[in-house]
Design a protein around this ligand. Sequence first.
Ligand SMILES: NC(=O)c1ccc[n+]([C@@H]2O[C@H](COP(=O)([O-])OP(=O)(O)OC[C@H]3O[C@@H](n4cnc5c(N)ncnc54)[C@H](OP(=O)(O)O)[C@@H]3O)[C@@H](O)[C@H]2O)c1
Length: 325
Amino acid sequence: MRAYQVRAGGGLALTELPIPDPSAGEVLVKVRATSLNARDRLIVSGTYSVDARGRVPLSDGAGVVEAVGDGVTRFRAGDRVVGTFHPTWLYGTFPGWGELRGTQLDGWLSEYVVADQQSLVPVPGALSFEQAATLPCAALTAWSVVSGTGPDDTVLVQGTGGVSVFALQFARLAGARVVATTSSEHKAGRLRSLGAMDVVDYRATPAWGARVRELTGGGATRVLEIGGAGTLEQSVEAVALGGQIALVGNLAPGDGMDVDRFFRRAASLRSISVGSRGDFEQMNEAIDRCALQPVVDQVFSFDRAPDAFARFAAGGHFGKVVISH
Ligand SMILES: NC(=O)c1ccc[n+]([C@@H]2O[C@H](COP(=O)([O-])OP(=O)(O)OC[C@H]3O[C@@H](n4cnc5c(N)ncnc54)[C@H](OP(=O)(O)O)[C@@H]3O)[C@@H](O)[C@H]2O)c1
């Protein structure tokens, strides 16, 4: 089978590998689509915290069950499946990092993948493989961030990457008001068309936290923190009294936050690590029920996987960059 591996020094090498055999409890999946996340960009460029040279990259993929090993009860040949980001976090609170695809385990950028049956869920009925491949990391992270919000909430989402666009969509499904930030006027229009009530340009308005407070009459009750150290100060300014900042990303270097101001907000700071399989199943029920359509920026063919990474690295994308296998 054809697969890409991470080159020493960065980049992708297309290679031939044997099709793996499923052992007991495992499933062989013919991969139909994958999607990119910020972590994959770092892994493939050789700048991630874990050395992934020689690994097949990508944590997120969807496909069709081709064969099952002994004792498999969750799936049979022909089922449409999508992988979980944390292969062994099934339910409950975060059990620890374990081994993840793309770093300690081979990922999905391959024609076939072998996976433990417990690390897969069915594709939500109406979604294509390309749409389903957007779900494991970005969508589930957004679901975890927005979880528990409702019509009395205002959710602030930062930027227009995969996580933020899903968070906007889930917050709107929950009936929450959404305020978004972006650096692009064109993307601002797309955010509004997805239901963002207000959009602030974080480059033109460096003190965007105060602007969000103004627009919302007191701040956002839930903040999706994408920038990390470089944006936390503004997020603390933007968060409502008693609100929550969900720490997800670290795209912007900086000095962190003013702890005194954070105390004065009586806010909470919660770090997110995607979510469990149980969370994924609940999210998929909501996606089905509400016919949610993931926002796919562009689909590249398997042969053009390096171009998909280039599109992602350039930062012009809105939503998810996908590879069709
Ligand atoms: N903790 C978790 O569970 C988890 C899960 C998934 C991802 N993450 C992390 O979350 C972050 C986003 O991931 P992603 O896959 O959605 O990335 P992505 O698709 O690459 O998103 C990039 C977008 O973020 C926006 N952005 C960049 N710098 C910004 C800043 N200073 N202020 C506001 N927005 C900024 C930009 O939006 P505009 O172009 O609109 O300006 C950019 O297009 C990454 O750091 C990733 O590692 C964490």
